[in-house]
Structure formats: C-alpha cells, structure tokens
Design a protein around this ligand. Structure first.
Ligand SMILES: C[S@@+](CC[C@H](N)C(=O)[O-])C[C@H]1O[C@@H](n2cnc3c(N)ncnc32)[C@H](O)[C@@H]1O
Length: 285
C-alpha cells in the first residue's frame, strides 16, 4: 500500500460523524453537568428531589433524554419550534431510552405559548432566550415560565459575557475524539464559535457555529443565531418584573494549576470581569 493511500484511509470519516447535531452534542452540550447543577440547587433550595423538568428551546432534547434516563421517577417535557430538530432527537435518542421514553413529552411549540402543564423546574440553556430582542418580549417569556412553575419552582438559564463577548470574535477549539451516544466514532475535530457582528448600540449580535473535520470537510454555518446579548442585571430585573421573587448567579471557579475553570459553579454576588465567562442564573419563586 502506498503512503498516499495509507494517509487517505486514516483520514476517512464515517459519514454519520458529519452530522451537525452529533458534532454540536460533542462540542457544546454537557447535559450531565447541567443536570447535576439543577439537582444540587433544587435540593438545597427546596429540600426535595427534582422530578418534573421542562427543557425550553430543547433542540434535539438531549437534556430531557438524559433526565428520564437518570431515574424511573423523573419526567421531562421538551419544547422547541423546529420540527426537524425534534425529529432528529426522537430518531436518534429515543431508541436508546427503552421504557423511559414514556416519561418524556416532546412538544413542537413556541415557548411563548401557554405551557399547559405545571412543572417543578424549567431550563433554557445555550443562551436560547437571546432570540428575544426587546425587554417586553423577554419579560413575556419569563412571565410564561413563571406561570408554569409549581409552588417553589425554579428557573435555570445560562448567560455569557466578558470583554470578548462585546465584539466580533472567533474562537477555535479542538474537540477530542469521542464516541457519540450510539457508539458512532467522532474523530477529533475543530469547533469554531464565530461572533460575526456585535452592535454596541443595541447589543444585537450575529453568531455562527462552524465545524472542520480532519478529512477536510467543513460545515460552515452549521448553526446560525440572531441574538441580543443580555447582561446579568437585565436578566435579573426582567425576572423580577415577570414575577420571580429573586435571582441568584453562579459562576465557575478557577483552577490555577490547570489554568482552567474548575467545573464547580458557586453562588457569587460579585466577581472580577474576565475576557469570557459563562454563568447560570437561577430564578426563584
Ligand atoms: C441555541 S439552540 C439550543 C438547543 C439546546 N437547548 C441546547 O442547549 O443545546 C436554540 C433552539 O431554540 C429553538 N427556538 C428558537 N425560538 C424558539 C421559540 N420561540 N420557541 C421554541 N423554540 C425556539 C430553535 O429551534 C433551536 O432548536
């Protein structure tokens, strides 16, 4: 076998590993860590186990699937507007859930619609509420969430910021080889977070996710977002205006030795601004 042929063979990629949702799950999502955080805060605040969770803007519903897998007592509702993405989740995740699939309810709907079922906690992750560009729209959404919470219910969102959030920016990260939930081998690839534009006047921003695979495949604009970047005080004020009693901000600590975040989110009333940070904001009822 010639050298050239050898190189070609080692670069070849299972076509399934070019699926944008699979690559997104490997690069962006960590439902286990998010759920650990929700369970910890819910237990601390309410002295009880969280059982009924709604995932707004659920996309493929990776979080809801992980939630019902965790315990036979857990139930999940996932809400998203995009039928194609919901169907991807059903096709790819549901077969692995066994009987747990009966405890998950995926709804193709707008998060602004009446949620119908009251739940113990709602989460809206990966900054999805940023699609709402005005205070009225975001307050209306937060109000819908507030109405749909059982007494003592909690609302979890994430937020990002820092000096690099307020500008055009491009961040490339190598994602180590991994196996997808269904065993598909995902070779090492590059994830690119592309803040294409940012307008300081109204905080509107255009963001894109691109993927680059080692066989040369590029998935340009695999995901495209048209957002307003909301600040922590705005989120806090709008949650209160929407009827929440209080909010809390949780930020990851820093591990000097590893020169990286330590993976532990602690409640903070004050923190030093950085070039980039991600926080959870919890709305309390
Ligand atoms: C950034 S993705 C988040 C996916 C997932 N929550 C995650 O953490 O990876 C945003 C999702 O929100 C959905 N979406 C946007 N506006 C919506 C709305 N008004 N109601 C319901 N879903 C919406 C999109 O279809 C998309 O799947």
């Amino acid at each position: 076998m010639s050298r050239k042929k050898k190189k070609k063979a080692s670069n070849s990629i299972n076509p399934r590993a070019r699926d944008r949702h699979l690559l997104y799950s490997a690069a962006v999502q960590s439902p286990e860590a998010d759920l650990d955080f929700f369970e910890r805060v819910y237990r601390k605040k309410r002295g009880a186990r969280l059982r009924l969770l709604r995932e707004d803007f659920c996309g493929t519903a990776a979080m809801s699937c992980e939630w019902v897998k965790r315990s036979k007592k857990n139930r999940a509702i996932g809400v998203d507007l995009d039928l194609e993405t919901l169907e991807w989740g059903k096709k790819n995740y549901f077969p692995m859930l066994g009987d747990a699939v009966e405890r998950i309810d995926l709804r193709c709907a707008n998060v602004l619609d009446d949620a119908q079922t009251k739940v113990e906690a709602v989460n809206a992750l990966n900054f999805s509420y940023s699609v709402f560009k005005t205070r009225d729209e975001l307050r209306a959404y937060f109000g819908r969430v507030r109405e749909s919470l059982l007494p003592g219910g909690l609302f979890f969102v994430d937020a990002f910021g820092g000096t690099e959030a307020l500008q055009e920016d491009r961040e490339e990260r190598t994602i180590d080889a991994s196996r997808a939930f269904d065993g598909t081998k995902i070779p090492r690839f590059t994830y690119i977070w592309d803040q294409k534009s940012f307008n300081p006047v109204d905080h509107h921003m255009q963001c894109r996710i691109h993927f680059q695979l080692k066989d040369g495949t590029r998935l340009k604009r695999a995901f495209v977002y048209d957002w307003r970047l909301w600040t922590l005080p705005e989120i806090h004020e709008l949650m209160l205006e929407a009827g929440f009693a209080a909010t809390e901000v949780y930020i990851e600590g820093w591990d000097n030795e590893a020169d990286d975040t330590d993976g532990i989110f602690r409640r903070r009333k004050k923190f030093e601004n950085q070039s980039g940070w991600v926080a959870y904001v919890v709305g309390l009822t």
